[in-house]
Design a protein around this ligand. Structure first.
Ligand code: PXP
Length: 245
């Protein structure tokens, strides 16, 4: 079955709004795991707007499934990752002004730098995934730098889905999943996935894991985190395509 990684950044976003200790991302991780997710995702941004260094250290100790640390190739963040050694690092681009990760990495243009950071992480036993657009050139670059996993950016699909016009974007993700699988690369996907648009993506043959944050944490405000995760798991399993807002 396709796995679910829950991104808990926005639990920390609420905490940072007050600068105190609640709500606690470690508690969120525990509840998500109890609800059955297969990994916990956290993004240590350069501006530390939500997840903090201390969270990463505590999550590494507390997470019983797998900790997937989203990160840029910024030297300060790489230093934290090498010290904490999450199970996996997902390399993402970062622009300071953006509300969330807007595009995929340009692994063609920044080949040398991304390869160097990937090597350093892999040498510490950290699995590496690159967050890239569903594009052959990006997949080839990931392959050529010896990276064995990617996360396909589903943002364009999610936007198009909202306008009921996602046929092309869906085909791109499906075709590029197959293309990458044929190169021996593990394929994950994420960004903008929600309770309406996840079902088709979870049906793509060979898809390994979906990383979902905003939709789950938003629903959790009304239902509680465990129920929000359980409902997403039902959709991924194929039993819950009728679970809607
Ligand atoms: N995957 C990656 C690489 C991301 O950067 C993000 C956003 O932090 C997500 C998944 C989750 O996206 P969303 O919050 O839209 O579900």
């Amino acid at each position: 079955m396709v796995k679910l990684g829950v991104n808990i950044d926005h639990v920390a976003t609420i905490r940072q709004a007050r600068g105190e200790s609640d709500p606690d991302p470690v508690m969120a991780a525990r509840l998500c795991e109890e609800a059955g997710c297969q990994s916990i995702v956290a993004h240590l941004r350069e501006d530390r707007r939500h997840i903090q260094d201390r969270d990463v250290v505590l999550l590494r100790k507390a997470v019983k499934t797998r900790l997937n640390l989203e990160m840029s190739v910024d030297p300060g963040v790489v230093k934290v990752a090498l010290a904490v050694r999450p199970h996996q690092a997902t390399l993402v681009p970062e622009r300071r002004q953006e509300l969330t990760t807007e595009g995929g990495l340009d692994a063609v243009r920044h080949f040398k730098r991304i390869k160097a950071v990937s090597r350093a992480l892999l040498n510490e036993g950290i699995e590496v995934s690159l967050f890239i657009a569903p594009d052959k050139k990006q997949i080839d670059a990931a392959h050529d730098m010896g990276v064995r996993a990617i996360e396909l950016h589903t943002g364009a699909y999610a936007h198009a889905f909202a306008d009921r016009l996602a046929v092309e974007e869906f085909s791109e993700i499906k075709d590029m999943t197959l293309y990458a699988l044929n190169k021996g690369i593990t394929v994950n996907a994420g960004h903008g996935l929600n309770y309406d648009n996840t079902y088709p993506i979870a049906r793509i043959k060979g898809m390994h894991e979906l990383n979902i944050g905003h939709a789950i944490v938003s629903r959790a405000v009304f239902t509680g985190l465990e129920k929000a995760v359980e409902e997403m798991l039902l959709i991924i399993k194929g039993a819950g395509q009728k679970v809607r807002k």
